[in-house]
Ligand binder design. Sequence first.
Ligand SMILES: CC(C)(COP(=O)(O)OP(=O)(O)OC[C@H]1O[C@@H](n2cnc3c(N)ncnc32)[C@H](O)[C@@H]1OP(=O)(O)O)[C@@H](O)C(=O)NCCC(=O)NCCS
Length: 181
Amino acid sequence: MTIKIETERLYLREIIPSDVNGLFELDSNPAVHTYLGNNPITKIEEAEDYIKTLHQQYKENGIGRWAVIDKITGEFIGWSGIKLIREPMNNHQNFYEIGYRLIERYWGKGIATETTNALLNYAFENLKTDKVYAICHIENLGSKNVLLKSGLKLIEMFDYEGTEHNWFELNKAEWLNSKLK
Ligand SMILES: CC(C)(COP(=O)(O)OP(=O)(O)OC[C@H]1O[C@@H](n2cnc3c(N)ncnc32)[C@H](O)[C@@H]1OP(=O)(O)O)[C@@H](O)C(=O)NCCC(=O)NCCS
């Protein structure tokens, strides 16, 4: 099992089939889906299908949403990763998007901020890109805070599937400057 990223408290690695129960716990919780269209999963097969989709993305793009693992206990906390969005969204296409989704009992401990900072380093050091993006529902204040704390800039609001979302960007020069401060 290859660790992609190690942070102070966490490992990020590719999601594997044995993560299925953790993924089911994550995605069957309505609270997790409050700002994600309110459509939690109800069957373990849906978590299995998601793992297959992720493996396809790993194969095609070399990256994707990765499992967040507690370094000490080995527990599955959720996922966080960089997705290559190929389809058009808010007048962009083929762009790298930062995302995260954590099991509820792990919220409020700075975990998403820790993974986001690590993902930004990974994106700008390892991927051939000068820009990364992120998107969240305008009422998702936890996610908005994570992105702002991590240095992303709130650029505008846009309509995504009938709901107002915030659009964030960070370019490599801004990221490098923030490291010098
Ligand atoms: C969004 C999510 C990933 C945040 O993860 P987290 O590890 O709790 O985030 P962090 O602890 O790193 O930071 C959250 C920040 O937002 C703040 N925050 C959280 N909920 C908030 C709220 N309702 N209003 C205002 N601020 C809030 C926290 O206080 C914290 O800021 P602080 O460190 O300055 O106190 C997590 O809540 C989650 O998985 N939610 C469900 C899935 C989801 O919405 N994913 C994002 C889709 S865009």
